[in-house]
Design a protein around this ligand. Structure first.
Ligand code: P5A
Length: 445
């Protein structure tokens, strides 16, 4: 993409309403624009990051054997009356009436709708296990939407629902989500720690939240410092292997890690004093097992091996995809702007032309641009007629991991400069070497 042809409405001033870094940086770098309280338009660069996260979530869900579908944002109130949640959900639910006077709502979550889909077509235990998921906009009329996309009213969520014959199978589905979430967050360059959590309006008595540690997080958390050293890495996983997934679950849940709602001071006291940590965290996902809470009242039953009609065991599993954009920035920024991890960056590298209009500089930039495209990468070429200082400031603000700086002086010696946004370190090399290095970093050599 050439910056002169893109739509990247960078703000010079820091917006007064933004209290935390991610909100400020998303507004300043032209990623989002508030449409109304807690509701945002995703401008092109923000939309690109959102799509990247969505793709990672899709890939990891499908590796775990979960099947994508798409349910609507508007739901009929009748289903929620069946489960008993229409009245329970309270003022967070946005209720609407259609022209025929029918009660509708903008879905805050989809347990009822998916249970209705399931019961209308699945009859036998032979069709289980089944996990369906979608990535769709949700609405919760939060009383105090704040921190930009972190606590929005409209937000983008991946929500998955498992249907199993037995509690043991449903707990395996819980573990499958647990493990696939560890992989998902790591691929995004994030450390998200699973913590025992409360279940709130979703229900059940089994739940973990995944939290990214950050001072600006809304949850208070208590944990054993050893959990922050754990990484999942590149292990081969057989998602159908019950014992293997259980042992990963056990490994990750052995160190103490709880949110304030489930915190147990006596247990925490057993963590060695030097390892006890209290901090804050951003909840980027949550998984639940709630047995037959929805299947029983909604009559979602299958015929089991002995011919009995039994309600299915269910759980639901959410990832806050739009919140993750904010969480990623909270965890990856400095005073000059965002620092995107390579797995989620909106463009792979920036090209800064220090002297737009100079024949050699223009030609070298064009060569770099085409060379990176040919490797299957997406460069962002700053081809504007701007001062070098302004171009550097924009690149630092939008935070692409790699920048290639091209100027007539370097070109006299046949070199350009490759700079890492994270370390600030620069190295001179030929334009071709820069292309090859960037391609290698992204596994496209
Ligand atoms: C699990 C999937 C559920 O709704 N039902 C379907 C279950 N869980 S949850 O914890 O309530 O939400 C899942 C994730 O969505 C994100 N989230 C939000 N993101 C931005 N703004 C909000 N107001 C908001 N509310 C929830 C969180 O990441 C949460 O973990």
């Amino acid at each position: 993409m050439r910056l002169s042809k893109y739509f990247l409405p960078i703000l010079k001033e820091t917006p007064a309403e933004a209290q935390i870094a991610s909100h400020r940086l998303m507004l300043r770098s032209g990623m989002v624009r508030q449409a109304s309280a807690g509701i945002y338009s995703w401008l092109p660069m923000g939309f690109k990051v959102l799509r990247k996260l969505e793709n990672i979530v899709h890939e990891e869900q499908q590796k775990a054997g979960h099947i994508p579908l798409l349910m609507p944002t508007l739901q009929s109130a009748d289903l929620w009356r069946e489960s008993g949640r229409y009245d329970d959900y309270g003022q967070e639910m946005l209720r609407v009436t259609d022209r025929h006077g029918r009660d509708m709502l903008y879905g805050p979550t989809n347990e009822e709708l998916i249970t209705d889909i399931f019961r209308s077509s699945v009859r036998s235990y032979k069709d289980l296990p089944l996990t369906l998921y979608h990535i769709q906009w949700k609405f919760r009329d939060e009383i105090r939407p704040r921190f930009g996309v972190m606590r929005g009213r409209e937000f983008f969520m991946k929500d998955g629902y498992n249907f199993d014959l037995t509690e043991a199978d449903a707990l395996h589905a819980y573990n499958r989500h647990f493990v696939s979430y560890l992989r998902t967050y790591e691929r995004m360059g994030l450390k998200a720690i699973p913590m025992k959590a409360d279940t709130g309006p979703i229900g059940g008595d089994y739940s973990h939240e995944f939290l990214v540690l950050a001072e600006t997080g809304e949850s208070e958390v208590f944990y054993d410092a050893s959990v922050t050293d754990m990484t999942f890495g590149d292990r081969a996983i057989d998602f159908s292997d019950h014992a293997a997934l259980q042992s990963i679950y056990d490994e990750w849940t052995t160190p103490y890690a709880r949110t304030d709602e489930t915190h147990d001071a006596d247990l925490f006291a057993k963590v060695p004093g030097t390892a006890q940590r209290t901090s804050r965290g951003i909840e980027v996902g949550q998984i639940f097992y709630f047995g037959t809470k929805y299947s029983e009242p909604m009559n979602a039953v299958v015929i089991d091996e002995s011919g009995e009609r039994v309600p299915v065991h269910m759980g639901s599993h959410g990832i806050g995809v739009s919140r993750l954009v904010g969480a990623l920035i909270e965890a990856n920024h400095d005073e000059n702007g965002i620092i995107w991890p390579e797995g989620v960056t909106p463009f792979h590298a920036g090209i800064v032309n220090l002297k737009q209009g100079d024949t050699d500089a223009d030609a070298a930039c064009e060569g770099l641009y085409q060379g990176l495209l040919a490797k299957g990468l997406e460069p962002l070429y700053d081809d504007r007629e701007e001062r070098a200082g302004a171009k550097f400031a924009s690149m630092d603000l939008i935070g692409l991991p790699w920048r290639v700086t091209v100027g007539p002086r370097g070109l006299k010696n046949g070199v350009v400069e490759l700079t890492s946004r994270r370390t600030g370190e620069s190295e001179e090399m030929s334009p071709q070497a820069a292309i090859d290095r960037i391609a290698q970093i992204y596994g496209r050599a």
